[in-house]
Design a protein around this ligand. Sequence first.
Ligand code: PLP
Length: 405
Amino acid sequence: MTARIPPPSGIASCVVPTRVLMGPGPSDMHPRVVAALGKPAIGHLDPAFVAMMEEIKTLLRYAFQTRNELTFAVSGPGSVGMETCFVNLVEPGDKIIVCRNGVFGGRMIENVQRLGGSALMVDDGWGEPVDPEKVADALKANPDAKAVAFVHAETSTGAQSDAAAIVGLARNAGCLSIVDAVTSLGGTPVLTDQWGADAVYSGSQKCLSCVPGLAPVTFSERAIARLKERKNKVPSWFMDLGLVLEYWNAPGGKRVYHHTAPVNSLFALHESLVMLRDEGIETAWGRHRLHHAALKAGLEVLGLRFLVREDARLPQLNTVHVPVGIDEAGVRRQLLDRYNLEIGAGLGPLAGKVWRLGLMGYSARAENVELCLGALAETLSGMGVEADKGAALAAARSIFTGVQA
Ligand SMILES: *Cc1c(COP(=O)(O)O)cnc(C)c1O
């Protein structure tokens, strides 16, 4: 007789603390999105569900500013959206130009190499945007390159790259473009059709303020043509677009079971996209810019300097240098313990050196800007830094009232 595993003791239902999320994602979910998530599940082939999936596709076309037929949400986090693009569009031996100016460009290299492609690097510093001139040089030096891949909004640094320019260069050279818009979608303009981008992926938990675990994607006709020309089967069963689409894009509405869609998460995505549509995407971009301006005004009063040069800063992800001599992790700990406020740490070469303050989606609210400035001022003062809380809050408020006036 083998002994049974005894039931674990000391574990009860999870008590979730109430936090304010101002890190690199996930962002705060709007109560309407939380409510949608809590609706009773229905079958993933239920006609009511199928109708909702069609609406999600339409709403995503609005969010991505595209008429691409092939626009839907991959069941998986942003990383699965990334992998879906690479696994379908890269074949063994393909040369892919990959721009790297932070963590996520590095992951693209991994994707290319694991698929048997060769990644030709265009490197820029952490905190710099991708330099389009370097992309142009790489395209000239590699006329046989198949695609250019880059991150529009580098969440590891807070830098935004010139997607229109990079996509344009790729197009002129006859290359596909693969664009990471995980942090930009809903926060700053993602203009898929205007740019002429071929494969764009995002995530649900950043500026869409939805539950983590869904990856909106969109593919151009050129990307679909590339897919049809493949010599090899897509090396992933789950992410093979040809198979997924028999479920998401079935001709004549006859959907074929592929995998069980995350029903409740899709209810939540639908709700967050309806909210984006109601707000208006330009208004959402403006809201992110406004809250960034207010936060920036306060941070500057506190003496905190930005990593990224002004014209390349992402409003939804503010990276500031940690003052000399300050215990970086200690500050984050205090913000969490005393103010229930989460901010992000630095990654890679920026670990220990910066904080990343997110203002994504529903997190981009005046009360959060004030909470963050107040909490930082009090915490830094407690550590002996001169930090004038009243002046920082006044600076932020003057931005809000200035705009409202
Ligand atoms: C968050 C993020 C990802 C990965 O998304 P996950 O949902 O964490 O898998 C990819 N790229 C960028 C730019 C991101 O910010």
